[in-house]
Write a protein that binds this ligand. Structure first.
Ligand code: F6P
Length: 405
């Protein structure tokens, strides 16, 4: 008998808790697994030996269903960068001490490309000291920028929120007779997947978003103003989707960086709003979707939530089958009918890498999305959650802060 450890890391999504449920449920089926320990605040919990037996937290099947409709990371998160073990072994020793003390046979890490660096480093380290603890990565990120996997858990729900919100903004923006520009800032760091997903509205006959700017296409202010003027000559209310990560003059976005050296990006929408106001002078608003795009589980994609649970479960099976240093990935078999299978790939090929929007998904002017991208996005946003409601709002699985202390 042995125990397993699971942790959640990086930026929250609507689907990370579904992957946790997948891990937990699958582990419960396995007679050789005794307990599942959840690490509080990602890897930091393992380093500090701060872990919770999930049995004391997730008590019933209803709890599991609630968790699946609860956004964020119920166990907390971190952005912790492990040093190279050849240079600094101390923290690795602390991790090994916790894992041994808790008789852990496998560690499942739910996270993005930075967390897969942890999966890679830990699995290599354990091999180097002949320690038989399997390390498996379960992908997640609204940015959809992990290599090898067709898409990432969390992305579909964020894309569904973005598309729905853009559609609602479109209805709101056309009520007045005067021309207007509405600029919507969307997350995604260096990759434009989430911003591009707003173009699914075109498949529904909407002309909005009229302009879409992603980091993969060169951006210039002159080009932007020319585009906006041109769209204003055709449409009374112009809707612009812009990625937080497009390149703009220094100082527009915050210069603050996290442990992985990533800049906190935010502010491009406001900057473009001021530019339109000063240069064009029409009614203009900017809307930063901010954290709502990654925590609005009332608009979660059922496809996304179901797949996230399945890939968590698949991670446990991979570990039981002896895999280590692997990340679970989706392989798309077909768009229509939409089918995926789950496979695994070396963590070293995913860690710290970014997958960008293919050029063929961007129009030739670099200011909108090609229709060819729509068949990729559409299946990921399908299906609605049958939400449990309480007092008129979605019920969430909440654990008392003291449990996490
Ligand atoms: O995890 C990805 C992400 O949501 C990005 O889209 C965004 O740029 C970043 O995280 C924001 O980081 P934080 O959660 O630290 O605000």
């Amino acid at each position: 008998m042995f125990n397993i450890a699971v942790a959640q890391s990086g930026g929250p999504t609507c689907a990370i808790n579904a992957s946790l449920v997948g891990v937990y449920k699958e582990a419960l089926k396995e007679p050789s697994i005794d307990a599942v320990f959840g690490s509080v605040n990602g890897l930091e919990g393992i380093i500090q030996n701060h872990m919770i037996n999930l049995k004391s937290m997730i008590l019933t099947n209803d709890d599991m269903e609630l968790l699946k409709q609860t956004p964020s990371t119920v166990l907390g998160s971190c952005r912790y960068k492990l040093p190279d073990w050849e240079e600094d072994e101390e923290v690795y020793k602390q991790i090994v001490s916790t894992l041994k003390q808790r008789n852990i046979g496998a560690f499942l890490y739910i996270g993005g490309n930075d967390s897969m660096d942890t999966v890679n480093k830990l699995s290599e380290y354990f091999k180097s000291i002949s320690l038989d603890i399997k390390v498996i990565g379960i992908p997640k990120t609204i940015d959809n920028d992990l290599c090898i996997t067709d898409h990432t858990p969390g992305f579909g729900s964020a894309a569904k929120y973005v598309a729905t919100t853009l559609k609602e903004i479109t209805r709101d923006s056309i009520v007045y007779s005067i021309p207007s520009v509405t600029i919507v800032e969307i997350m995604g760091r260096h990759a434009g997947w989430l911003t591009a997903s707003s173009a699914v509205l075109h498949a529904m006959g909407e002309t909005a978003p009229h302009l879409v700017y992603v980091p993969e296409a060169k951006f210039s202010l002159e080009g932007f103003l020319k585009d906006v003027r041109q769209e204003l000559s055709k449409h009374k209310a112009v809707i612009v989707a812009v990625s937080e990560g497009i390149e703009v003059p220094d100082g527009v976005q915050s210069g603050v960086v996290d442990n992985f050296g990533h800049k906190y990006l935010s502010g491009i929408g406001k900057y473009l709003e001021e530019t339109v106001r000063n240069e064009i002078g029409c009614k203009v608003r900017s809307i930063e979707l901010n954290v709502m795009q990654r925590c609005s589980s009332h608009l979660g994609s059922k496809t996304d939530i179901d797949e996230s649970e399945c890939i968590g479960a698949a991670g446990v099976r991979a570990a039981l089958n002896g895999s280590t240093g692997k990340v679970m990935v989706f392989k798309r078999v077909s768009d229509m009918p939409y089918t995926v299978t789950i496979d695994s790939a070396d963590a070293s090929k995913i860690a710290n890498q970014e997958k960008f929007l293919p050029k063929k998904y961007i129009n030739s002017a670099g200011n909108n999305i090609d229709d060819r991208a729509l068949e990729y996005f559409m299946p990921l946003i399908q299906g609605e959650l049958n939400l449990v409601m309480e007092h008129g709002v979605p019920k969430h699985f909440a654990i008392h802060e003291s449990v996490l202390k």
